[in-house]
Write a protein that binds this ligand. Structure first.
Ligand code: PLP
Length: 387
């Protein structure tokens, strides 16, 4: 059975060109870039080439990129750096819909005595700008607000938020793990101080990420040890994966516009067919400002997990809520924050596409979904009269 992989916000396939490029550095050139000898030392240049490619994706300077082990590390590092750099400031501002890499880290800091404000969103997942403005005070060490939501794809107005924070000289971090490589990002124009990227969301392998730190931003390392990354992140470099991340960013930059339009066409085709397939179906999130590859759809009166299991029988991979929360039946904190009704949260499915999805695959899903929903509604105690 062929797999139809529509769970690309959870992780992506490594691009063949990316894999080809990295294999050499696993098989043959396994040296340490800090070594004095040529065998290791020559890798230093390869790491710097990769840094330049990651920087180019977001129009940063290479020296503003720090390699990390994942998006979570980038997020934790950015927030902790600001907290350590401004110890007298006790207030952190974030949102109610962040990925756990920010959300749970901020909760952890709250337990350690920081004051944390979680800004609410409206029914479309849009940030409550009034609440955000009101939360600002002289005690804020850092504001961390995601670029695009992993569950709904909703894009926040990062430029406006950053503009407000610039006026008040407040450090601004954005988790761009889902946005980087999918939509153009230009940090020369964007008023952000730190920005997180993760390799496995843009066709590089798992276990590598990057943190952009604008030149002049106070920075305090999170992982302390050797001199790597100019003392900003200790630990021997994951050379092969760093090279892979560089290649993946190069490919993403090259094709970003055409890929976005290809993906949004496919996504819209899927979405409009599913909306028509049966009653009580809704899209969660602001469809105007959204990642091109993501749709979050609720089928009222059906369990999302039941839909996933049925799709799985056909080799179709999707997700209910975020990958990190599935496996437990906790309803998604993102959809709850948006005030999505209970019955709709439980029937929510996220389809997230990539450049490797085809028109045929989407047609297949469009064919398979309606009978699944019908069948599950017949079984559901709430669904019988909602066929
Ligand atoms: N931030 C967002 C928005 C994400 O979607 C994810 C992963 O799903 C992360 C952070 C964590 O990234 P990583 O898996 O590389 O730690």
């Amino acid at each position: 059975m062929k797999t139809i992989y529509l769970d690309n916000n959870a992780t992506t396939a490594i691009a063949p060109d990316v894999l080809n490029e990295m294999l050499l550095y696993l098989r043959e050139f396994y040296g340490n870039p800090s070594s004095m000898h040529t065998f290791g030392g020559q890798l230093h240049r390869k790491v710097e080439e990769a840094r330049a490619k990651v920087a180019a994706l977001i129009n940063a300077k290479p020296e503003e990129i720090i390699f990390t082990s994942c998006g979570t590390e980038s997020d934790n590092t950015a927030i902790m750096s600001a907290v350590e750099s401004f110890p007298q400031k006790r207030h952190i501002i974030t949102t109610r819909v962040e990925h756990p890499a920010v959300f749970n880290f901020c909760k952890h800091l709250a337990r350690k005595g920081r004051r944390v404000t979680f800004i609410p969103v409206d029914n479309f997942g849009r940030l409550n700008m009034e609440a955000f403005r009101k939360a600002l005070d002289d005690d804020v060490a850092v504001v961390s607000i995601m670029y695009a939501n992993n569950e709904t794809g909703v894009i926040f107005p990062i430029e406006d938020i950053g503009g407000i924070l610039r006026e008040r000289n407040i450090v601004f971090h954005t988790d761009a793990v889902q946005a980087a490589g999918k939509i153009p990002i230009d940090v020369k124009k964007l008023p952000v101080d730190m920005l997180s990227i993760s390799g496995h969301k843009l066709h590089a392998p798992k276990g590598v990420g990057a943190l952009y730190v604008r030149k002049g931003t106070r920075f305090y390392p999170y992982i302390i040890g050797g001199h790597q990354e100019k003392g900003r992140r200790a630990g021997t470099e994951n050379v092969a994966s760093i090279i892979a991340l560089g290649k993946a960013c190069e490919l993403a930059k090259k094709h970003i516009e055409e890929e976005a339009s290809y993906l949004s066409d496919l996504r819209d085709k899927l979405e409009s067919a599913l909306l028509k397939c049966c009653p009580d179906v809704r899209i969660n999130g602001d469809t105007e400002h959204r990642l091109p590859n993501t749709t979050n759809i609720s089928f009222d009166f059906v369990e999302g997990e039941a839909i996933l299991l049925r799709l799985d029988e056909y080799g179709i991979c999707a997700s209910s809520g975020s990958a990190c929360t599935s496996g437990s039946l906790e309803p998604s904190h993102v959809l709850r924050a948006m005030g999505v009704p209970f019955t709709a949260i439980h029937g929510s499915i996220r389809f997230s596409l990539s450049r490797y999805n085809t028109e045929e695959e989407i047609s297949e899903v469009i064919k398979i979904m309606p009978p699944i929903i019908k069948e599950l509604r017949t079984l559901s105690p709430y669904g019988k009269e909602k066929l």
